[in-house]
Design a binder for this molecule. Structure first.
Ligand SMILES: [Zn+2]
Length: 470
């Protein structure tokens, strides 16, 4: 294949990065094999670049494919669409069909803390489960409690009870929950993959702790069938080992460790867990959304010794005094600036002014190890929105949260194009011999940087194969 007349950049880190305009790029066997002016097509199929930028494909370093596919079949029950009890009533009243109702995105600002009884008043007949927007809790109505036979599981960690019995609130029981809710139709992962391809995404890390050998088998099959189109790195727990990986687009990711500040594990057990992962040449990835969770993770990694590929997911709160520890431990922060923009008004309301500069830091980390990601469906899956948010950090009401953490468009792009297996490393550079994971844009970079808009993606290629064309 010959892609004609593109603007080819080296690493886009600075506004003044070098580039060649009007150049042709030949791709063979999934790699860039020739770069030059006026190359003869020969037998190669030709793609017209129209002077647009040819960029490295975007990499989403933290996403949840199953939840993202399920999101499409869910009722949004939180801000900004749903802001109070009345909104919530209305949106649930409008649901048609029969069987389970799956609500997502709930936050206490809508109608406070909800139990089964509150949900019964909203949805009395059908089984209803509602996910908190943090992703760590599900709330069930009585019909759902009954259908899942929650009463007989009382005593399990994660099933909340009070004086009256089961409250309907389940913490971190996603794996168990999805095993109980046997789906009649499989989730449409192909559509999710196609939407990501349309945004220029050529690689992603599925960060779900519930990934296991069944996920590996499914992803291998979907990759082979062409239903999934990206390079995929799969995090998961200890049950996930690399012996099953039968497709080269699929690789084993880090050991995902969830921390909940109100239910932290014994430190010595955690240290052993990290050591075992490292002994198996596997990095660890800690879910850290609070200061306490971060400090606990750092203490554990420090004691176990870091392996150079350990990660902090989210890093929602990073006190300034911890930045040097992150650097000394060689840790990569995989963060989500879209959340600070989308949820920022709530943060401003909930936090003290001196805490705001610690929220979703990015700029402070640019000279150490940091990557952007979506955490979709909890954040938007659009990587261009993520980049825009990293640049402006402006909430829906117009407040800039943590102005010192704003990136330039070049920095935002660079931190969205780091290698799948080295999220904190240097951005991918397109050169002779590079893998042809590419994002062809409709415009030159000088125009793209002003908009950072998904509509400017013209075509996406994974290992030289076109997976999207606008
Ligand atoms: Zn996540």
């Amino acid at each position: 294949m010959l892609i004609q007349n593109v603007e080819l950049h080296g690493q886009i880190e600075q506004t003044t990065s070098d580039y060649m305009a009007g150049v042709d790029v030949r791709i063979h066997n999934g790699k860039l094999v020739e770069i030059g002016f006026g190359l003869a097509p020969g037998d190669d199929p030709v793609v017209a670049g129209h002077g647009g930028a040819l960029l490295p494909g975007l990499v989403d370093h933290h996403i949840h494919l199953f939840s993202l596919a399920a999101f499409a079949e869910s009722v949004v029950c939180g801000p900004p669409q749903v802001n109070n009890l009345n909104d919530l009533r209305q949106v649930l009243h409008g649901v048609t069909g029969s069987g389970w109702i799956r609500g997502v995105g709930y936050h206490e600002s809508v109608a406070g803390e909800l139990t089964a009884r509150d949900l019964d008043a909203l949805v009395p007949e059908r089984p209803f489960r509602l996910q908190h927007r943090s992703g760590k809790m599900w709330m069930l109505n009585s019909r759902a409690v009954q259908m899942l036979d929650i009463e007989s599981q009382v005593g399990w960690q994660g099933i909340e009870t009070d004086n009256h019995g089961v409250t309907g609130r389940l913490f971190r029981l996603d794996g168990w929950l999805s095993a109980q809710l046997k789906r009649s139709t499989p989730l449409n992962l192909a559509r999710v993959s196609a939407e990501l391809a349309a945004a220029g995404v050529t690689g992603l890390t599925d960060a779900s702790v519930t990934n296991d050998h069944n996920t590996v088998d499914l992803f291998c099959r979907l990759l082979t069938e062409g239903q999934l189109r990206q390079h995929i790195r799969l995090m998961g727990n200890e049950s996930l080992t690399d012996q099953h990986f039968a497709n080269t687009l699929l690789t084993l990711g880090e050991l995902k460790i969830l921390l909940d500040e109100d239910n932290l594990p014994p430190l010595d057990e955690l240290i052993d867990r990290i050591k075992r992962a490292h002994a198996a040449s596997r990095g660890v990835a800690f879910h850290c959304v609070s200061r306490i969770e971060l400090l606990f993770a750092l203490a554990a990694i420090d004691a176990a010794g870091s392996c150079g590929s350990d990660r902090i997911e989210h890093g929602a709160v990073i006190p300034a005094e911890v930045l040097s520890t992150l650097r000394n431990l060689d840790l990569t922060v995989v963060t989500q600036p879209s959340l600070v923009a989308l949820r920022g008004d709530q943060y401003v309301e909930d936090l003290l002014p001196h805490e705001l500069p610690d929220l979703y830091r990015v700029r402070s980390l640019v000279n150490q190890r940091v990557a952007l990601s979506s955490d979709a469906p909890y954040g938007s899956a659009d990587p261009w929105l993520t980049m825009r948010c990293a640049v402006h950090r402006t909430t829906p009401s117009g407040i800039v949260v943590g102005e010192a953490e704003c990136l330039t468009p070049e920095q935002a792009f660079s931190r969205s194009t780091t290698p799948l297996d080295d999220p904190g490393g240097p951005a991918v550079d397109l050169n002779l011999g590079s893998i042809a994971d590419l994002c062809l844009m409709k415009l030159p970079w000088k125009d793209i940087r002003e908009r950072l808009n998904v509509d400017d993606v013209a075509a996406t290629f994974v290992e030289g194969e076109r997976v999207y064309q606008s």
